[in-house]
Write a protein that binds this ligand. Structure first.
Ligand SMILES: [Zn+2]
Length: 207
């Protein structure tokens, strides 16, 4: 009996440690940062249903979107729902996310953009946006391949509230597609999923 009590106590301590560490990660790596679009515009909470409209995407972009919405993020507590109402007027429809891809002017060096195009309430890091837009840059020859698995995974992460990981790779931070591209942040094209920690952050928010 006494031995069993000890086991229970020990296992309780481990759970508390995990919760504490998760709490810190949530503060750093999840939430809104609306002054600079890419970091963590996120959806209204209390809504697991994630309605996504891909607007006439190129095949590679469409494939990567389908994969990451259905698997990378579909494996969280979010419940993805693709919608195809027809036409290109996504912004006026009752959806959570509109995804576009297009060749951007050469002076635009970004590979992707995520920003709020719906109703924005609250303030950072707890601002909530009713609708988000992702634009993937299909310009060729730049430092990024816009429709790569890495980049699509990255922008989708921002669209539901993931920020660039706060802790660097060198200091033991998570391997994640949401890590910024290149040195010193260390994000690269081989990073095509999110970390267990980020899954936990998403699950903690959308319930
Ligand atoms: Zn980013």
């Amino acid at each position: 009996m006494s031995s069993r009590r000890k086991k229970i106590a020990a296992s309780g301590a481990v759970v508390s440690a995990l919760v504490a560490s998760h709490g810190q990660a949530t503060q750093a790596d999840f939430g809104s940062k609306t002054d600079y679009a890419p970091s963590g515009v996120y959806l209204t909470p209390d809504n697991e249903q994630w309605t996504v409209w891909a607007v006439a995407l190129e095949p590679v972009t469409a494939w990567n979107m389908g994969w990451h919405v259905g698997n990378t993020y579909g494996n969280t507590d979010l419940d993805p729902v693709w919608t195809y109402p027809g036409g290109n007027d996504c912004l006026s429809q009752p959806v959570d996310l509109c995804i576009y891809d297009a060749v951007q002017p050469v002076e635009f060096t970004w590979a992707g953009r995520t920003n709020c195009v719906g109703t924005l309430v609250g303030s950072d890091p707890n601002a909530e946006c009713s609708k988000v837009r992702i634009i993937i840059n299909l310009r060729e020859g730049g430092a990024f391949l816009g429709n790569s698995s890495y980049n699509v995974c990255h922008e989708l992460g921002h669209s539901i509230g993931l920020k660039h990981p706060y802790v660097s790779l060198q200091n033991g931070g998570p391997v994640s597609c949401v890590r910024e591209f290149g040195f010193p942040s260390g994000g690269n094209l081989s990073m095509t999923s999110i970390s267990v920690q980020e899954q936990g952050e998403i699950n903690a928010h959308y319930k």
